[in-house]
Design a protein around this ligand. Sequence first.
Ligand code: ZN
Length: 212
Amino acid sequence: MNSGKNYKTLKSKKTKLGNVIELVASSHFTLHNSLIIGVFHGDEPQGKFLIEEYIKNNVTDSLSFIPCLNPDGMQLGQRTNANGVDLNRNFPTKNWELTKKNEFFGGKAPASEIETQFVIDIIQEYKPSLILTLHAPFKVVNYDGPAKSTAEKISEIIKYPVEASIGYPTPGSFGTFAGIERQIPTITLELDETCPVENLIKPVHKIFDLLL
Ligand SMILES: [Zn+2]
């Protein structure tokens, strides 16, 4: 992506449909900073827009971004990636399981997908101290691992309630992989999809600033 001279692509990977997933950060980016991920689910495009707007207008050395983890799903207008896998069920957690092929299909094996492997590699290489993923449409601040106080601060900004669990089982989820099993504070921010995405710029960018 064209992200100006302050940011560069630290890592990238080509997807099945030939799209590119990128990790974007400042040239001075180091270990143990916050990682923000957009578009885990292709039908939740808000994250890409909000991250790209932030990158255009803000300079920081202490955040890294995957603006769009699931470009194939976004291109196809679907939750899953091009293989029909829900990336948020494909992580190699202790509770990963082979499930029915519906929109929550966790893949034929844990970490079977390029997109999942991309995130795992980044966590191993850059060891983020906190991870925020942007989803829709539930209007909650969900967290896994030691992220309660950060979740509460985010809740104050965006006025969605904090929830420690989303309320249904999520085997192979990213929150379980990063938050529960690796104890990296992990926030899943479920945005409102009924309002124009422009209305989310102010609160969401304030949340990004909180993670600096
Ligand atoms: Zn989602």
